[in-house]
Design a protein. Structure first.
Length: 349
């Protein structure tokens, strides 16, 4: 998929105020650790995640998404609010099953009645999918500008996982492995403005995108059906982390080959690479397999954890703020979502 008209105008984000370290989580898992004779520090050692953040109790995914949306729009004072023609809510976390959480975000942002809005669900690739949908609409001339948002709320999943692990006396060292990934999840919100270059001449050019799908592995990471990610829900997630790692990277390799074909890029073209933030083992294997220099990697997982669909957008935004991303740079945005779906975006910043 190649693009001629679409650009990324801005990336906004919002971070929760509450910071929870991996050591704090392990101390809350004291009954489990004592019974299985586990040593504190293994969570950070295995994942590279030192801490993550959680929203204040009562925060809805739509409220978090709206905060990020306001930030993204505030970064573009030259863009009139009425230029937004489409709003897509792209998070795993939702306020409710019906109506679309996008309706709550639309209301909170005070967008116009002409703004089409709906939800997209694609696990951790939700924001990448939302950007592609908006870019396609821009290319077709259907919209002038659109806003993709997400507000990931990890607190209920982590809280419920800790509670269940401590209470279930049948757990063994082997059986707790499929719960490990749930303890690496963090909360965050992100928003991306996608627009026509006619509307934002100084926007960051979206050059191309590529995807790869391997649904034979859609059982490797599955969340249950106990509602959305709100305080009243009790979600659990089972993940075969090792199998998912290898299957996901294999799919990403095929996606990367296609993205290079679409763009004419090679492994030396990107000036910066921002990926979905899973942990240190994922980053190491991904860069080795794709033949990319690890020095190009910008990471946020040590301090934010795995923030679902918000991970790569907030990582790219922070890279820009911290001086790692410059005008004219070739930026590779690479994501792997359970399913397995992979998407890569090539952007000239």
């Amino acid at each position: 998929m190649r693009y001629e008209k679409a650009c990324i105008g801005s990336i906004g984000y919002a971070l929760p105020e509450t910071v929870v370290t991996s050591l704090e989580l392990e101390r809350r898992l004291g009954p489990l650790y004592e019974r299985l004779r586990l040593v504190e520090g293994r969570l950070e050692l295995m994942s590279g995640i030192r801490e993550r953040r959680f929203w204040a109790k009562g925060t809805l995914p739509s409220q978090a998404a709206a905060r990020a949306g306001r930030d993204a729009l505030a970064r573009l004072p030259q863009l009139a609010p009425e230029s937004i023609d489409c709003l897509i809510h792209c998070a795993v976390s939702r306020d409710f099953v019906e109506p679309a959480t996008s309706t709550a975000v639309h209301r909170l942002l005070g967008l116009g009645n002409h703004v089409m809005n709906f939800d997209i669900s694609n696990a951790c690739l939700g924001m990448a999918t939302g950007v592609l949908m908006l870019a396609n609409m821009v290319e077709l001339g259907q919209i002038r500008a659109g806003l993709a948002v997400c507000g990931e709320n990890a607190g209920p999943l982590v809280e419920n996982t800790v509670e269940r692990l401590n209470a279930d006396l049948t757990q063994t060292r082997r059986s707790i492995k499929d719960q490990f990934a749930s303890l690496t999840i963090g909360s965050c919100a992100a928003a991306i403005v996608v627009a026509s270059r006619d509307v934002l001449p100084d926007g960051h050019s979206l050059l191309a995108a590529a995807t790869c799908t391997d649904t034979s592995s859609n059982n490797l990471c599955q969340g249950d059906a106990n509602g959305g990610m709100t305080d009243g829900s009790a979600p659990l997630m089972a993940t075969d982390s090792e199998a998912l790692l290898h299957a996901g990277v294999a799919a990403a390799q095929r996606m990367w080959t296609e993205l290079k074909r679409e763009t004419g890029w090679d492994e030396n073209t990107p000036n910066l690479v921002c990926t979905h933030q899973v942990g240190k083992a994922h980053s190491k294997l991904l860069f080795e397999t794709l033949g990319l220099d690890p020095a190009l990697d910008f990471t946020t997982f040590p301090v934010l954890g795995n923030c679902g669909s918000a991970s790569w957008p907030v990582t790219a935004a922070m890279a820009f703020e911290q001086g790692r991303l410059h005008p004219g740079d070739n930026l590779a945005l690479l994501g792997i979502g359970s399913g397995i779906n992979c998407t890569g975006l090539a952007v000239q910043w």
